[in-house]
Design a protein around this ligand. Sequence first.
Ligand code: PAF
Length: 287
Amino acid sequence: MSESLDIVRTKADLRARVRYWRDQGLNVAFVPTMGALHEGHLTLVRAGLEMADRVVASVFVNPTQFGPNEDFSRYPRQEELDAALLAGAGCHLLYAPSVEEMYPPGFATTISVGGVSEGLCGDVRPGHFDGVATVVTKLLLQAQPHVALFGEKDWQQLAVIRRLVRDLDVPVDVAGVPTVREADGLAKSSRNAYLSASERAIAPVLYQVLNHIAEGLRQGGVAADLCAQGRARILEAGFISVDYLEARGADGLEPLERLDRPARILVAARLAGARLIDNLAVEPGHA
Ligand code: PAF
Protein backbone atom coordinates (compact mmCIF):
# COMPACT_ATOMS: atom_id res chain seq x y z
CA MET A 1 0.00 0.00 0.00
CA SER A 2 1.20 3.54 -0.70
CA GLU A 3 1.53 6.19 1.95
CA SER A 4 -0.98 9.00 1.50
CA LEU A 5 -0.14 11.46 -1.25
CA ASP A 6 0.80 14.94 -0.08
CA ILE A 7 0.69 17.92 -2.42
CA VAL A 8 3.26 20.72 -2.25
CA ARG A 9 3.03 23.87 -4.34
CA THR A 10 6.26 25.71 -3.67
CA LYS A 11 9.86 24.83 -4.52
CA ALA A 12 10.80 25.49 -0.88
CA ASP A 13 8.33 22.85 0.36
CA LEU A 14 9.41 20.43 -2.37
CA ARG A 15 13.10 20.85 -1.49
CA ALA A 16 12.41 20.42 2.24
CA ARG A 17 10.58 17.13 1.62
CA VAL A 18 13.25 15.74 -0.70
CA ARG A 19 16.06 16.88 1.64
CA TYR A 20 14.35 15.11 4.53
CA TRP A 21 14.27 11.85 2.54
CA ARG A 22 17.84 12.25 1.30
CA ASP A 23 19.04 12.91 4.87
CA GLN A 24 17.51 9.56 5.83
CA GLY A 25 19.55 7.89 3.08
CA LEU A 26 16.50 7.32 0.84
CA ASN A 27 16.73 7.49 -2.96
CA VAL A 28 14.27 9.74 -4.75
CA ALA A 29 12.79 9.29 -8.22
CA PHE A 30 11.05 12.15 -10.04
CA VAL A 31 8.36 11.94 -12.72
CA PRO A 32 7.67 15.32 -14.37
CA THR A 33 4.29 15.51 -16.13
CA MET A 34 1.76 18.00 -17.45
CA GLY A 35 -1.08 16.10 -15.81
CA ALA A 36 -4.11 14.52 -17.52
CA LEU A 37 -2.48 11.33 -16.36
CA HIS A 38 -2.95 7.98 -18.08
CA GLU A 39 -1.43 4.52 -17.84
CA GLY A 40 1.78 5.76 -19.49
CA HIS A 41 2.45 8.20 -16.63
CA LEU A 42 1.52 5.61 -14.00
CA THR A 43 4.01 3.23 -15.61
CA LEU A 44 6.66 5.92 -15.06
CA VAL A 45 5.66 6.11 -11.38
CA ARG A 46 5.82 2.34 -11.01
CA ALA A 47 9.22 2.25 -12.74
CA GLY A 48 10.33 4.97 -10.31
CA LEU A 49 9.25 2.81 -7.37
CA GLU A 50 11.49 0.02 -8.70
CA MET A 51 14.47 2.37 -8.87
CA ALA A 52 14.06 4.45 -5.72
CA ASP A 53 12.56 4.53 -2.22
CA ARG A 54 10.39 7.59 -2.82
CA VAL A 55 8.67 8.87 -5.96
CA VAL A 56 7.77 12.51 -6.53
CA ALA A 57 5.59 13.47 -9.51
CA SER A 58 5.01 16.99 -10.77
CA VAL A 59 1.97 18.29 -12.59
CA PHE A 60 2.61 21.57 -14.36
CA VAL A 61 1.14 22.57 -17.71
CA ASN A 62 4.16 24.54 -18.86
CA PRO A 63 3.08 27.59 -20.90
CA THR A 64 6.53 28.17 -22.42
CA GLN A 65 6.53 24.92 -24.40
CA PHE A 66 3.28 25.74 -26.24
CA GLY A 67 3.32 27.88 -29.37
CA PRO A 68 0.87 30.80 -29.76
CA ASN A 69 -1.54 28.68 -31.84
CA GLU A 70 -1.23 25.50 -29.78
CA ASP A 71 -3.50 23.88 -27.21
CA PHE A 72 -2.21 25.43 -23.94
CA SER A 73 -5.57 26.84 -22.85
CA ARG A 74 -7.56 23.73 -23.72
CA TYR A 75 -4.92 21.23 -22.51
CA PRO A 76 -6.83 18.91 -20.13
CA ARG A 77 -6.48 19.83 -16.43
CA GLN A 78 -7.78 17.48 -13.72
CA GLU A 79 -5.65 17.83 -10.59
CA GLU A 80 -7.92 15.96 -8.19
CA LEU A 81 -8.17 12.94 -10.45
CA ASP A 82 -4.44 13.06 -11.17
CA ALA A 83 -3.68 13.12 -7.42
CA ALA A 84 -5.91 10.08 -6.86
CA LEU A 85 -4.27 8.19 -9.75
CA LEU A 86 -0.80 9.01 -8.43
CA ALA A 87 -1.72 7.89 -4.92
CA GLY A 88 -3.12 4.63 -6.32
CA ALA A 89 0.13 3.99 -8.20
CA GLY A 90 2.16 4.41 -4.99
CA CYS A 91 3.54 7.91 -5.64
CA HIS A 92 4.64 9.65 -2.41
CA LEU A 93 4.44 13.35 -3.25
CA LEU A 94 2.86 15.60 -5.87
CA TYR A 95 4.48 18.90 -6.76
CA ALA A 96 1.92 21.17 -8.41
CA PRO A 97 3.38 24.68 -8.66
CA SER A 98 1.58 27.72 -10.06
CA VAL A 99 2.81 29.52 -13.16
CA GLU A 100 3.99 32.37 -10.87
CA GLU A 101 6.01 29.95 -8.74
CA MET A 102 7.79 28.62 -11.83
CA TYR A 103 8.11 31.91 -13.69
CA PRO A 104 8.17 34.79 -11.21
CA PRO A 105 8.14 38.37 -12.55
CA GLY A 106 11.45 39.19 -14.22
CA PHE A 107 12.14 35.61 -15.30
CA ALA A 108 14.56 35.93 -18.24
CA THR A 109 16.55 32.73 -18.78
CA THR A 110 16.12 30.16 -21.53
CA ILE A 111 17.94 26.85 -21.88
CA SER A 112 18.41 26.06 -25.56
CA VAL A 113 19.83 22.67 -26.57
CA GLY A 114 21.43 22.47 -30.03
CA GLY A 115 21.69 19.42 -32.30
CA VAL A 116 19.02 17.01 -31.14
CA SER A 117 16.45 19.83 -30.78
CA GLU A 118 16.70 20.58 -34.49
CA GLY A 119 14.39 19.02 -37.09
CA LEU A 120 11.29 16.89 -36.37
CA CYS A 121 9.22 18.59 -33.63
CA GLY A 122 11.92 21.28 -33.38
CA ASP A 123 11.05 22.49 -36.88
CA VAL A 124 7.29 22.20 -36.57
CA ARG A 125 7.06 23.69 -33.07
CA PRO A 126 9.58 26.56 -32.92
CA GLY A 127 10.61 27.30 -29.33
CA HIS A 128 9.00 24.11 -27.99
CA PHE A 129 12.22 22.42 -26.90
CA ASP A 130 13.56 25.63 -25.36
CA GLY A 131 10.42 25.64 -23.20
CA VAL A 132 10.83 21.96 -22.34
CA ALA A 133 14.57 22.28 -21.63
CA THR A 134 14.07 25.32 -19.43
CA VAL A 135 11.23 23.88 -17.35
CA VAL A 136 12.88 20.46 -17.00
CA THR A 137 16.15 22.08 -15.86
CA LYS A 138 14.19 24.10 -13.29
CA LEU A 139 12.20 21.06 -12.12
CA LEU A 140 15.36 18.97 -11.74
CA LEU A 141 17.10 21.73 -9.78
CA GLN A 142 14.02 22.25 -7.63
CA ALA A 143 13.43 18.56 -6.87
CA GLN A 144 17.05 17.36 -6.82
CA PRO A 145 16.10 13.71 -7.33
CA HIS A 146 18.52 10.82 -7.85
CA VAL A 147 16.72 9.69 -11.00
CA ALA A 148 14.18 11.34 -13.33
CA LEU A 149 11.90 9.28 -15.59
CA PHE A 150 10.52 10.25 -18.98
CA GLY A 151 8.40 8.37 -21.51
CA GLU A 152 10.02 7.17 -24.73
CA LYS A 153 6.92 8.28 -26.61
CA ASP A 154 8.49 11.75 -26.68
CA TRP A 155 11.77 10.35 -28.04
CA GLN A 156 13.18 13.67 -29.24
CA GLN A 157 12.29 15.28 -25.91
CA LEU A 158 14.14 12.46 -24.12
CA ALA A 159 17.19 13.05 -26.33
CA VAL A 160 17.06 16.80 -25.54
CA ILE A 161 16.83 16.11 -21.80
CA ARG A 162 19.69 13.58 -21.86
CA ARG A 163 21.82 16.13 -23.73
CA LEU A 164 21.10 19.01 -21.34
CA VAL A 165 21.73 16.86 -18.26
CA ARG A 166 25.11 15.83 -19.68
CA ASP A 167 26.03 19.30 -20.93
CA LEU A 168 25.03 21.15 -17.76
CA ASP A 169 26.37 18.47 -15.34
CA VAL A 170 22.98 18.15 -13.67
CA PRO A 171 23.51 15.45 -11.00
CA VAL A 172 20.65 13.14 -11.95
CA ASP A 173 20.23 9.86 -13.83
CA VAL A 174 17.76 10.08 -16.71
CA ALA A 175 15.69 6.94 -17.34
CA GLY A 176 13.57 6.43 -20.47
CA VAL A 177 10.52 4.20 -20.09
CA PRO A 178 8.97 2.36 -23.08
CA THR A 179 5.74 3.70 -24.56
CA VAL A 180 2.50 2.25 -23.21
CA ARG A 181 0.02 1.40 -25.98
CA GLU A 182 -3.69 0.71 -26.32
CA ALA A 183 -4.63 -2.81 -27.46
CA ASP A 184 -4.71 -1.62 -31.10
CA GLY A 185 -1.23 -0.10 -30.87
CA LEU A 186 -2.11 3.60 -30.42
CA ALA A 187 0.41 5.22 -28.06
CA LYS A 188 -1.27 6.43 -24.86
CA SER A 189 -1.33 10.23 -24.79
CA SER A 190 -3.23 12.94 -22.96
CA ARG A 191 -4.04 14.33 -26.42
CA ASN A 192 -6.00 11.18 -27.39
CA ALA A 193 -8.79 12.77 -25.35
CA TYR A 194 -9.31 15.19 -28.26
CA LEU A 195 -10.31 12.37 -30.65
CA SER A 196 -13.90 11.52 -31.55
CA ALA A 197 -14.85 7.82 -31.84
CA SER A 198 -14.35 7.79 -35.61
CA GLU A 199 -11.00 9.60 -35.36
CA ARG A 200 -9.93 7.23 -32.60
CA ALA A 201 -10.58 4.32 -34.99
CA ILE A 202 -8.21 5.87 -37.56
CA ALA A 203 -5.42 6.79 -35.13
CA PRO A 204 -3.69 3.35 -34.86
CA VAL A 205 -2.59 3.64 -38.50
CA LEU A 206 0.42 5.58 -37.17
CA TYR A 207 1.72 2.54 -35.30
CA GLN A 208 0.96 0.25 -38.24
CA VAL A 209 2.97 2.51 -40.55
CA LEU A 210 5.90 2.64 -38.10
CA ASN A 211 5.97 -1.17 -37.99
CA HIS A 212 5.75 -1.40 -41.77
CA ILE A 213 8.72 0.97 -42.19
CA ALA A 214 10.70 -0.94 -39.54
CA GLU A 215 10.11 -4.15 -41.48
CA GLY A 216 11.12 -2.50 -44.76
CA LEU A 217 14.34 -1.13 -43.20
CA ARG A 218 15.21 -4.55 -41.78
CA GLN A 219 14.82 -5.96 -45.29
CA GLY A 220 17.32 -3.42 -46.66
CA GLY A 221 14.86 -0.77 -47.87
CA VAL A 222 15.68 2.93 -48.31
CA ALA A 223 14.33 5.07 -45.47
CA ALA A 224 13.14 7.97 -47.65
CA ASP A 225 11.13 5.65 -49.95
CA LEU A 226 9.55 3.76 -47.08
CA CYS A 227 8.66 7.01 -45.32
CA ALA A 228 7.10 8.46 -48.50
CA GLN A 229 4.86 5.37 -48.77
CA GLY A 230 4.03 5.61 -45.07
CA ARG A 231 3.11 9.29 -45.38
CA ALA A 232 0.68 8.47 -48.22
CA ARG A 233 -0.92 5.71 -46.16
CA ILE A 234 -1.43 8.02 -43.16
CA LEU A 235 -3.11 10.65 -45.35
CA GLU A 236 -5.29 8.04 -47.09
CA ALA A 237 -6.48 6.85 -43.68
CA GLY A 238 -7.90 10.32 -42.94
CA PHE A 239 -5.18 12.34 -41.20
CA ILE A 240 -5.17 16.02 -42.26
CA SER A 241 -1.40 16.30 -42.55
CA VAL A 242 1.88 14.65 -41.65
CA ASP A 243 4.32 17.01 -39.90
CA TYR A 244 7.14 14.48 -40.34
CA LEU A 245 7.79 10.80 -40.80
CA GLU A 246 11.50 10.03 -40.70
CA ALA A 247 14.06 7.42 -39.75
CA ARG A 248 16.90 8.77 -37.63
CA GLY A 249 19.85 7.46 -35.65
CA ALA A 250 18.46 6.41 -32.27
CA ASP A 251 20.74 8.52 -30.05
CA GLY A 252 21.98 11.50 -32.06
CA LEU A 253 18.83 11.70 -34.23
CA GLU A 254 20.95 12.17 -37.36
CA PRO A 255 19.15 11.37 -40.65
CA LEU A 256 19.88 7.91 -42.07
CA GLU A 257 19.41 6.28 -45.43
CA ARG A 258 19.43 2.60 -44.52
CA LEU A 259 19.46 0.57 -41.35
CA ASP A 260 23.21 0.69 -40.68
CA ARG A 261 22.91 1.51 -36.94
CA PRO A 262 20.26 1.43 -34.20
CA ALA A 263 17.49 3.67 -35.47
CA ARG A 264 14.23 5.26 -34.47
CA ILE A 265 11.35 5.95 -36.83
CA LEU A 266 9.50 9.07 -35.71
CA VAL A 267 6.16 10.46 -36.78
CA ALA A 268 3.91 13.43 -36.01
CA ALA A 269 0.60 13.83 -37.79
CA ARG A 270 -2.60 15.79 -37.38
CA LEU A 271 -5.93 14.07 -37.06
CA ALA A 272 -8.75 16.61 -36.81
CA GLY A 273 -7.93 18.77 -33.74
CA ALA A 274 -5.24 16.49 -32.36
CA ARG A 275 -1.56 16.33 -33.17
CA LEU A 276 -0.35 12.79 -32.47
CA ILE A 277 3.27 11.68 -32.22
CA ASP A 278 4.84 8.25 -31.96
CA ASN A 279 8.10 6.47 -32.63
CA LEU A 280 9.51 2.96 -32.88
CA ALA A 281 12.96 1.46 -32.34
CA VAL A 282 14.50 -0.62 -35.10
CA GLU A 283 17.78 -2.45 -34.70
CA PRO A 284 20.01 -3.70 -37.49
CA GLY A 285 20.60 -7.43 -37.77
CA HIS A 286 17.20 -8.70 -36.61
CA ALA A 287 15.62 -9.46 -39.99
O1 PAF B 1 6.46 15.31 -21.44
C1 PAF B 1 5.85 16.19 -20.78
O2 PAF B 1 4.77 15.99 -20.24
C2 PAF B 1 6.47 17.59 -20.67
O3 PAF B 1 7.09 17.98 -21.84
C3 PAF B 1 7.43 17.72 -19.46
C4 PAF B 1 8.65 16.82 -19.61
C5 PAF B 1 6.70 17.38 -18.18
C6 PAF B 1 7.94 19.17 -19.37
O4 PAF B 1 6.88 20.07 -19.21
